[in-house]
Design a binder for this molecule. Sequence first.
Ligand SMILES: NC(=O)c1ccc[n+]([C@@H]2O[C@H](COP(=O)([O-])OP(=O)(O)OC[C@H]3O[C@@H](n4cnc5c(N)ncnc54)[C@H](O)[C@@H]3O)[C@@H](O)[C@H]2O)c1
Length: 286
Amino acid sequence: MGNGIAHVFAQNDFSVSLVDINQEQLEKAVRSINKNLDRQIAKGAITEEIKKSTLANIVMQTDIGTGVKNASLVIEAATENEALKLKIFKQIDDAAPSDCILASNTSSISITKIASATRRAGSVIGMHFMNPVPVMKLVEVINGYATKKDVTHMVVDISKKLGKIPCVVNDYPGFIANRILMPMINEAIYSLYEGVAGVEEIDTVMKLGMAHPMGPLQLADFIGLDVCHAILQVLHNGFGNSKYAPCPLLTNMVAAGYLGIKSGEGFYSYKEGSKEMIVSERFRTD
Ligand SMILES: NC(=O)c1ccc[n+]([C@@H]2O[C@H](COP(=O)([O-])OP(=O)(O)OC[C@H]3O[C@@H](n4cnc5c(N)ncnc54)[C@H](O)[C@@H]3O)[C@@H](O)[C@H]2O)c1
């Protein structure tokens, strides 16, 4: 996500410091940005000059302090782990200029809690980009309990400058995107678990019947079943309502390491280099 966010800012003339503690991840990020810019050139969406200026707008850093010291906006997109994010926000708060806005790309961790790790809760906000960032139009802008109105306005304006469409929501578990998406995915998994229909049938009903570009089980594989499981737990714990409890089939698949595309198998099997949709052997009914 970090490389996608850096890409869209750099392409829109912002100077970007891309920070990761892992040098290999930074090298991987440059390769991804290059590949995605080449894809945009092939489609006629941008020119070679824009590719050059985009790459020239990005500098790589492995030290957070150096990376944020002159920033007016920091967007954190580190691993989805609350303790890690609290630690990172404390570091950023210590190193960034006092008027710098601090945003998180978190999918589910409370912005209000993240803000409490800083001395500038009013300037902390959620900027939830969707994957893949250069393609997806939405930015879910999440107001923490203490976020100041002018900070929200600035983040809305910046999102528009990136060519995105911001939607402002409040900070409650799952915000809006995942509060609505994850119960749908969980219900699809329950339908499979209870034998109501097979993988292909569930996905086809939702694709053709609701005009969704992708079925919920395929989408879960793309997001990562561990990520879906973790977000459902945030909803379950946050609201204390059993309707959000992850389906036992999902819990089993995650415990067994069947995580979707990233592990090679989830509801579908993913062969290296192939885009063919093959239902996992475990869920075949023939
Ligand atoms: N993947 C998605 O589809 C998606 C969509 C929307 C939002 N998000 C959110 O974006 C964030 C990142 O997700 P991702 O899928 O890109 O994760 P990822 O695990 O692929 O990447 C996280 C990066 O953070 C780096 N990192 C870890 N600790 C760090 C530290 N202390 N300082 C600097 N860098 C550190 C890691 O080296 C890694 O490169 C998460 O909060 C996630 O919830 C992800």
